[in-house]
Design a protein around this ligand. Structure first.
Ligand code: DAT
Ligand code: MG
Length: 151
């Protein structure tokens, strides 16, 4: 429903390359509601937990190094079908497969520097939000434009 939430992060390359504003702007313009946001230097332990399902992959250590090489912008966005729609807005895991108009299609070329993370299911969104944010960092503000976004 309208209360669905997802975890999105601008990865260290996206922060370094000054893409934060553009990425936030895309989610705002779409009509999603920002309920949490912070700049975080993630620890390796946090990242290993975040990517626990990939721990057997050959690229796992490189992924943890990349993700801990600088701060990330961690966000929680809310809205109708926000998990699935955010994944569409991001593009495919490999930027080479991502269409123009998506974040990865527009801003990167290699899977190991793909600038953005987004949860892949409602269940993983719940797990990732709880991992990255405390309850008092999430804000349920009244959305004055809700009737202009939802019928
Ligand atoms: P996504 O980020 O699209 O959800 P994923 O969960 O399969 O993709 O993988 C997490 C991240 O790991 C991905 O954004 C970049 C990195 N990664 C995935 N496949 C990779 C590969 N074959 N080589 C290097 N890095 C890879
Ligand atoms: Mg994933």
């Amino acid at each position: 429903g309208l209360n669905e939430r997802t975890f999105v992060a601008v990865k260290p390359d996206g922060v370094q390359r000054r893409l934060v504003g553009d990425i936030v702007h895309r989610f705002e313009k779409k009509g999603f509601k920002l309920v949490g946001m912070k700049l975080v230097q993630a620890s390796e332990d946090l990242l290993k937990e975040h990517y626990r399902d990939l721990r057997a992959k050959p690229f796992f250590n490189g992924l943890i190094q990349y993700m801990s090489a600088g701060p990330v912008v961690a966000m929680v966005w809310q809205g109708l079908d926000v998990v699935k729609t955010s994944r569409k807005m991001m593009g495919e895991t490999n930027p080479a497969d991502s269409l123009p108009g998506t974040v990865r299609g527009d801003y990167c070329v290699e899977v190991g520097r793909n600038v953005i993370h987004g949860s892949d299911s409602v269940e993983s969104a719940q797990r990732e939000i709880a991992l990255w944010f405390s309850q008092d960092e999430l804000h349920c503000w009244e959305d004055h434009s809700i009737r202009w976004i939802y019928a």
